[in-house]
Design a protein around this ligand. Structure first.
Ligand code: IMP
Length: 197
């Protein structure tokens, strides 16, 4: 039997890891940052999602030698000129949580009528000297108040187009089927399984 091919997913998010390992199956050995002994805080200093994803993937390739992919996600609100965007995790300032980020978003949009927004996930894959990007996007609306308790981040205030409920009112599989991350991940996996095997 051939050995599974090793690849690093530059994350320690157990949920994301579990999901991708399930999809990729036994011919891939997907390792987390902890699995390769990387405990550094990789600086995310770029001003774009693609830039940050590339920083993380290259960091691992350069220092640890493994093929690697990394993701970065943002919520882009049209009426706020694309904010919080690349700063979505720290919109309310460093050390603040999702609750504070959502509260600030609703406050900044208190008088806004046109509430369109989208989530974008960019995945950067670095294999050998090759660098590739995969994007997933979902369009929707920022609600005026929170609804639902599933998911994380801005889920309670984001209602995807074509749906009557927010992401936080969906099951994991309902959300994955249409989400930014689900779409980007499926593009990555299709590439890995068909092109790199
Ligand atoms: P990350 O790049 O996946 O860590 O995402 C950055 C930030 O975007 C998170 O801290 C969340 O605030 C937000 N975010 C990312 N994905 C989602 C999602 O699926 N739902 C709601 N918020 C999200």
């Amino acid at each position: 039997m051939t050995q599974p091919r090793k690849i690093v997913f530059a994350t320690n998010n157990a949920h994301k890891l579990h999901e991708i390992r399930e999809i990729m199956g036994p011919q891939w050995h997907v390792m987390s940052l902890a699995d390769i002994g990387c405990h550094e805080d990789i600086p995310e200093t770029a001003t774009t999602l693609a830039g940050n994803a590339e920083i993380k993937a290259r960091y691992i390739k350069d220092r640890y030698g493994y093929d690697c992919f990394a993701d970065d996600t943002g919520l882009l609100v049209d009426a706020l000129d694309g904010a919080p965007g690349v700063y979505s995790a720290r919109y309310a300032g460093p050390g603040h949580d999702s609750e504070a980020n959502m509260a600030l978003l609703l406050k900044n949009m208190a008088d806004v009528k046109e509430r369109s927004a989208h989530f974008s996930t960019v995945i950067c894959l670095v294999t050998g000297s090759d660098v590739r990007f995969f994007e997933g996007r979902v369009d929707g609306t920022i609600t005026t108040e929170r609804s639902g308790s599933s998911g994380f981040g801005y889920d309670p205030v984001f209602r995807p187009d074509g749906s009557d409920v927010t992401f936080a009112e969906m099951t994991d599989s309902e959300k994955n089927a249409i989400s930014h991350r689900g779409r980007a991940t499926r593009k990555l996996i299709e590439y890995l399984l068909t092109t790199l095997q």
